[in-house]
Design a binder for this molecule. Sequence first.
Ligand SMILES: [Zn+2]
Length: 117
Amino acid sequence: MANKKSAPELNKEQWKARLVAMREDLSQLIALHHEPHAAPELDQTTVGRVSRADAIQEHEMASATQRRRQQEIAKIDAALSRLEEGEFGFCVTCGARISDGRLELDPTTPFCVKHAK
Ligand SMILES: [Zn+2]
């Protein structure tokens, strides 16, 4: 029987554990930084130094960070379902095997180097 010349088999369980751990970290961060949608209160100790505009800007930056975390979770979920379907580690555009080095950097990437952008 001819050997496949493809890269070594993906360690599915290892990637799954890693993705699940990443997801848990993000969920914790989201829960930790969760705040009501109300407009920010001015901290009495900073009144006079920090304008309300600054406080609002800070609040918006925090919201943007939370949104980015939510997007990361969506990417992780997508990677997990590709893992279940046996498609994890392969470029969704051309089907090429994504290098382990690349997956190490970002296990959620669905693209090979060529199709990353
Ligand atoms: Zn590709």
